[in-house]
Design a protein around this ligand. Structure first.
Ligand code: PLP
Length: 393
């Protein structure tokens, strides 16, 4: 079956009583037993729930994995995946990993006895050089946030495998529609389903998908033991969202490509970071391992922070917000928003400046978005007192 067909049908038909075409929500926390020896297959919703199972089946199929757990947030998924490791294990991580993952790694998990080395993973050689006898994992996030650097999945997975380590990939930015890391030898895929998979900015959720049965059993055990699973209602919403993933992604990335090319020729824009541009340093790699270039892009403006602020504050269709992957376009100023928790040196090393603006491109008409960016770039930023009450920034 093609991706689009799987997205609509897999795991969905759970109602044998009334034949509903959408999966019912089973909000029950507990399921009664007919006798003292056998349950109906479900007994308690933290451990298993039919609505959540439908979503898990669906996402496992879309990634081509053996099993999936659907978690209550993307960070719960990241934590669940990293719980595969034990105190004393060492894991290699990209220097510009998502800030929430960085916080979990650098504070919480380091205190629990895991060790991490941060490298520029666009150069797989740096992964090889960072390997230690106790290296058990390599964490990948590609494309990176917000600079859209692309990591060679096959090269990094091979280096890890040859060392006896597993590879884990945060696939949030592209979704399984545009990138399927298992095809490149990755062992575990993680998602914040909050983003493209749900796509409607009305759920926080996550998923961990394992390529092997063995890892699938381990993540299911961790998810139950630590109580990380999502609610039946959230599972239902994400399952509703994922059915339109392919067509949303097609339109959003087509619009992102138009915006990237338009921005590239604007005199106030210095550099556009979008893997779909032929000028992107890893354009060929992205074309090889991705099915499309996605709907996230960043750009540096000329003329300093005031011009970047002007874009963020003047746009009318792009709400100012830190999330991404929804049907509505968002604009973000990484230095004070999504990457505020990063040190100034960390941001500088990642290439994030106070002239960097990030866009999450939604489903609006590209002509309207371009007109909005045009007026935002061409109009001086409003002062605080000039802003209309209720404007999003
Ligand atoms: N991974 C990436 C790449 C993200 O961008 C995010 C959130 O922005 C997360 C994980 C965490 O997801 P959540 O906010 O759903 O916990």
């Amino acid at each position: 079956m093609h991706f689009e067909t799987q997205a609509v049908h897999t795991g969905v038909h759970k109602d044998s009583q009334y034949n509903s075409v959408t999966t019912p929500i089973y909000p029950s926390s507990t399921f009664y037993w007919d006798n003292l020896d056998t349950s109906c297959g479900y007994d308690y919703t933290r451990s298993g729930n039919p609505t959540r199972d439908a979503l898990q089946e669906n996402l496992a199929a879309l990634e081509g994995g053996a099993g999936c757990v659907a978690t209550c947030t993307g960070m719960a998924a990241v934590h669940c995946a990293l719980a595969l490791f034990r105190p004393g294990d060492h894991i290699v991580v990209p220097a510009d990993v998502y800030g929430g993952t960085f916080r979990l790694i650098s504070r919480f998990l380091t205190e629990k006895g895991l060790a991490f080395t941060f490298v520029d993973m666009t150069n797989p050689e740096e992964v090889r050089q960072a390997l230690q006898p106790n290296t058990k994992g390599v964490w990948i996030e590609t494309p990176s946030n917000p600079m859209m650097k692309v990591i060679d999945l096959a090269a990094v997975a091979e280096i890890a495998r040859n060392h006896g380590a597993i590879t884990l990939c945060d696939n949030t930015f592209l979704s399984p529609y545009l990138q399927r890391p298992f095809e490149f030898g990755v062992d575990i895929v993680v998602h914040s389903t909050t983003k493209y998979i749900n796509g409607h900015s009305d759920v926080v959720g996550g998923a961990v998908i394992a390529a092997s049965q063995e890892h699938a059993q381990q993540i299911a055990w961790i998810c139950n033991a630590a109580g990380l699973a999502c609610s039946p209602f959230d599972a239902w919403l994400v399952l509703r969202g994922v059915k339109t993933l392919a067509c949303r992604m097609d339109v959003q990335q087509r619009t992102a490509d138009r915006l990237a090319r338009w921005l590239q020729q604007h005199p106030l824009v210095e550099t556009v970071y979008y893997p779909g541009l032929e000028s992107h340093p890893q354009h060929e790699l992205a074309a090889r391992q991705q099915r499309g270039f996605g709907a996230m892009l960043s750009f540096d403006v000329r003329g300093g922070r005031s011009v970047a602020e002007r874009v963020c504050l003047n746009t009318r269709l792009f709400d100012v917000g830190v999330s991404l992957g929804g049907i509505e376009s968002l604009v973000c100023f990484p230095a004070t928003m999504s990457h505020a928790a990063m040190s100034e040196e960390g941001r500088a090393a990642a290439g994030i400046t106070d002239r960097t603006v990030r866009l999450s491109v939604g489903l609006e008409h590209p002509d309207d978005l371009i007109a909005d960016l045009q007026q935002a770039l061409d109009t001086p930023a409003p002062s605080e007192s000039q802003k209309e009450p209720g404007t999003p920034c």
